[in-house]
Design a protein around this ligand. Sequence first.
Ligand SMILES: [Zn+2]
Ligand SMILES: [Zn+2]
Length: 234
Amino acid sequence: MSTCMLCHLSFEEVDSWATLFSLAAPDPLCSSCSDKFEKIDGERCEICSRPFSDVPGEYREGNLCYDCVRWENDSYWQGVLKKNQSIYLYNDFAKDVISLYKFRGDYAISSIYKTPLKKAFKTHFNPSYFIVPIPLSDERLYERGFNQASALAGLLDMPVHEVLARTHLEKQSKKGRTERISGENVFRVVGEVTDKDILLIDDIYTTGSTLRQAGKVLLEAGAKTVSSLTLMRG
Ligand SMILES: [Zn+2]
Ligand SMILES: [Zn+2]
């Protein structure tokens, strides 16, 4: 018997050869909890992973959603984020789990994402990528005690490079796309990234603005490409 990490009910594990020989970690969630996460599958926006089942026809153009078309039509942001891969839809259940995870300051809970995250990495990326978590501001880090993006990056069992830092322009992120074209950025690069294919790690892709700001400074610092792997697509 195992105890589900979210609902704390006991459940019977399905034994597979892999778990029997300890090759795979035991499942941390009961099936009723794991079923509440909605995996993104089917046709989706080529850049941001938004499922097209969610997007009315007039909000897509070819293989891109309208948001990505707008980013790509803007010469400042064009090509900054090569591709975002998300695993789950940010549904109500995912919202609850993410806030539990952020505010309980609980590293253990991140382990529920280990298998799906590693699988997504293996399917869409490869070990030559340079893994960079999106940093929290010092203030938030102090409040929460840990950065969930770093915790997620750590689950990949790959070297993690903390080469981004927050600048003191946090309020900037509340502004719209146009104001941000002023060249001010909430991130700065604090490590060597020349010629790297960067893979940014974060918990949620919402507007894509955070990831693109990070991408912009990384490319300016010499990175070759910037992609992202995010747990949820908001
Ligand atoms: Zn459960
Ligand atoms: Zn898109």
